[in-house]
Design a protein around this ligand. Structure first.
Ligand code: 13P
Ligand code: SF4
Length: 442
């Protein structure tokens, strides 16, 4: 076990990077709590991680995520995240209420020219500014439906902002407050690797395959699906998208989330032996030609480092501690976790379900901590807690901070567009085909 101290810094609750801890030690301040965590695996490479290179805003919980091995995998992929330029320190030093007031004033000044979208995993300090909160699907609908706003400030992660750019009108500009807010799962499927896998499948005579990309993927993969008769799905419509795809082909190639794919396949009655996993680092994805030829569902080997941490043991413990507990998890969790839970669904589904539940009920939730904490605060008549006892925000969502929001809005108000997310025209056109197919699925 290792001990991880947490501190209440100017940016809220923070884990210490070495530089951060050193500065606090110099000021002789004490951590406000110390978490006991399993020892993180040794980091083999000296290459700095894309999420951790810029210490201007320390990662929220890199140690817990490290325990599920996502970073070594991303290192293996050679992932290079977009770089966020440093913003003046004053934005971070400013007192929270002063910074908030400036953001509200800019929002009022920009009026209908600005719409702020916020994903449910954003921290409270950010979500307070959102005109619309939602899951990936709902936010993509909002992006497609707010043609009056010149600027869409997307408080979420990179793939969401890309989709908003594709779905919005040409005159609209999509802004991501911090360019380093990516998604480690989306980075696990690279365009070139997916195309190479597709070519291999074709050469093996594995045809009549419909590609499906999860919304959590780069625009290039959505374009790939658009080009190859495929479609996009989110966690809220994966089942219906599978139905759509099976009306058009015999087999599905699903990326990048192995678990959402398997959970959805399981619900559709696809036997386990008809689901194979494609590991891009192995010949034939780690399969035999025969296994690929007889598979119904080919799942890309990718996962979410936040949801991979939920376990059946945690569910067992929740049931022992609270015999009347309702366990609800996100379908990015592993199959055995989803099976052991009472229910599963997208972030929006989880919120709706718990909100509609009778007062006095108990809920153990298997998803990102900001959503769980907010639900707990908003619904005091229910007992709500996170399945995982270790506080674990999505460290990339956490990179969106009010300091960046103020910085981007001040620039926009002055007519200087910063942090715009643009998808090139050909990619956008092909990706739009796949996104439109998804939006038209009943
Ligand atoms: P939702 O579509 O359920 O909001 O999920 C997005 C996500 O990134 C979950 O990790
Ligand atoms: Fe990506 Fe997981 Fe974060 Fe969702 S929670 S944005 S899938 S890393």
């Amino acid at each position: 076990m290792i001990q991880v101290p947490w501190w209440h810094g100017s940016r809220g609750l923070e884990t210490p990077t070495p530089r951060f801890a050193e500065s606090w030690a110099r000021r002789q301040l004490k951590p406000i709590m110390v978490l006991q965590l399993p020892t993180a695996p040794a980091v083999s490479s000296d290459t700095p991680l894309p999420w951790l290179t810029d210490t201007q805003l320390p990662a929220a919980s890199c140690v817990p995520e490290e325990t599920v091995g996502a970073y070594p995998l991303l290192r293996r992929y050679g992932v290079t995240a977009p770089h966020q330029q440093k913003i003046p320190r004053e934005y971070f030093k400013m007192a929270g209420p002063e910074r908030d007031e400036k953001i509200w004033a800019l929002k009022r000044q920009m009026g209908k020219d600005l719409v702020v979208l916020g994903h449910h995993y954003q921290r409270d300090e950010v979500i307070q500014f959102a005109d619309f909160r939602g899951d990936s699907f709902k936010l993509s609908q909002q992006a497609a439906g707010r043609a009056d706003a010149e600027y869409i400030l997307f408080c979420g992660v990179h793939f969401m902002a890309e989709s908003a750019d594709i779905l919005s009108q040409p005159h609209q500009k999509v802004i991501l407050p911090n360019l380093e807010a990516g998604c480690s799962m989306a980075d696990m499927a690279k365009d070139a690797d997916v195309r190479a896998a597709w070519d291999t499948l074709e050469k093996l005579g594995v045809t009549n395959v419909v590609p499906i990309t999860y919304m959590n993927s780069a625009a290039a993969l959505k374009a790939f699906c658009g080009e190859h008769g495929g479609i996009v799905c989110t966690s809220s419509n994966a089942g219906r998208v599978f139905d759509w795809a099976f009306e058009r082909g015999e087999k599905l190639f699903f990326f990048p989330d192995e678990h959402l794919g398997r959970n959805t396949g399981f619900k559709k009655g696809i036997p386990q032996e008809k689901m194979v996993v494609w590991d891009p680092f192995l010949p034939l994805g780690g399969n035999t030609a025969e296994a690929l030829q007889s598979a119904t569902l080919i799942l890309w080997k990718g996962y979410c480092s936040v949801h991979a941490r939920f376990s059946v043991d945690q569910i067992t413990k929740a049931r022992i501690d609270y015999p009347d507990v309702n366990v609800i998890v996100h379908p990015e969790c592993r199959l055995e976790v989803v099976q052991a839970a009472d229910d599963d669904g997208s972030t929006e589904y989880i919120i709706d379900k718990v909100t509609a539940a009778p007062a006095g009920t108990t809920w153990a939730i298997g998803t990102e901590i900001n959503l769980v904490n907010r639900l707990n605060e908003e619904l005091p008549d229910k007992h709500i807690f996170c399945l995982d006892p270790v506080i674990c925000p999505c460290s990339t969502m956490y990179r969106v901070h009010p300091a960046y929001i103020l910085w981007t809005l001040e620039h926009l108000a002055a007519g200087n567009v910063v942090n715009q997310i643009t998808v090139d025209e050909t990619t956008a056109q092909n990706a739009l085909v796949a996104l439109d197919r998804m939006l038209s699925v009943p």
